[in-house]
Design a protein around this ligand. Structure first.
Ligand SMILES: [Zn+2]
Length: 278
């Protein structure tokens, strides 16, 4: 009896040891499996990290490579030193050495010879459309400009303004001598035969409507638009056309730029080119 019990006990202990060993083995396997899985994760994350870094480097390289492409490209082949882009305004006087060959146009006017053909073409085409444009002002000598300016200033003085005030007010209507485009021979004032007064109503004439729409095709730009007064520092003049060349006039019209803005636009590329050279 005692022997049987002893055997039973042994069996139970043996069974328990077996179970315990099995559990230990399973646990060892589980821990080993977890460890392997963990190592694998670490490896994967390292590889992913490497890939991210690699990808980042690729993007950075692309960024570096793309930089010149992303830079604003000059999209017109013009230079501020081109004769037709001569800037003349309150801050830019006609150069003292400036000279041009004049050509008579419309029997009583003179313009820079280089713009005569384009101007004639524009006037002829307008006339072929049944319109009657007439040039009322073209090339002016410095002396003539002085006379016009002084007359305008006198008008304001008569109205009671001081000398300084009168001259300042006059400069919004008539360019200070040396700062007017008429002295360059590159500008003309064109009015409608049926309405020859130089005021804002000029824009309502069929001639001005046609010129504002078509002058760029001949290389002319309305030099003092009403919405650019702050930049040109000249009142709205819906009659003053300035030759700048067909390409430039087209670009200015498409991008709604007055001459000052266009010159600034071109200058930024020229400054960059200069910086690259030095
Ligand atoms: Zn004018």
């Amino acid at each position: 009896m005692k022997k049987i019990k002893e055997n039973e006990m042994k069996n139970i202990i043996h069974t328990n040891i077996c179970i315990l060993l099995t559990i230990i083995i399973v646990l060892i396997f589980a821990i080993f499996y977890k460890y392997v899985a963990y190592k694998k994760d670490v490896q994967t994350s390292l590889e992913t990290g490497a890939n991210v870094e690699e990808l980042y480097n690729t993007i950075s390289d692309e960024k570096t490579d793309n930089k010149p492409e992303n830079k604003k490209e000059k999209d017109i082949d013009s230079s501020t030193s081109d004769w037709e882009l001569l800037l003349v305004n309150k801050n830019h006087k006609v150069p003292e050495s400036y000279s041009m060959e004049l050509e008579e146009i419309e029997t009583t006017h003179k313009v820079d010879k280089r713009i005569a053909e384009a101007l004639n073409q524009m006037l002829n085409d307008a006339r072929n459309e049944g319109l009657s444009p007439i040039i009322c002002s073209s090339y002016r000598t410095n002396a003539k400009q002085k006379q016009l300016y002084n007359n305008k200033a006198k008008e304001y003085k008569r109205l009671g303004y001081s000398n300084d005030e009168a001259e300042k007010l006059a400069s919004y209507w008539v360019a200070v001598p040396g700062t007017g485009e008429h002295e360059t021979g590159l500008a003309v004032d064109i009015v409608s035969e049926s309405y020859q007064i130089l005021d804002e109503k000029q824009e309502e004439t069929e001639v001005q409507k046609w010129l504002m729409e078509n002058s760029y095709k001949y290389g002319f730009t309305l030099r003092y638009p009403t919405d650019k007064k702050e930049i040109t520092m000249i009142n709205y003049e819906p009659w003053h056309y300035r030759y700048v060349g067909i390409e430039n006039a087209t670009y200015m019209k498409e991008h709604d730029m007055c001459l000052e803005e266009y010159i600034d636009y071109l200058k930024q590329f020229e400054e960059e080119e200069y910086q690259e050279l030095i």
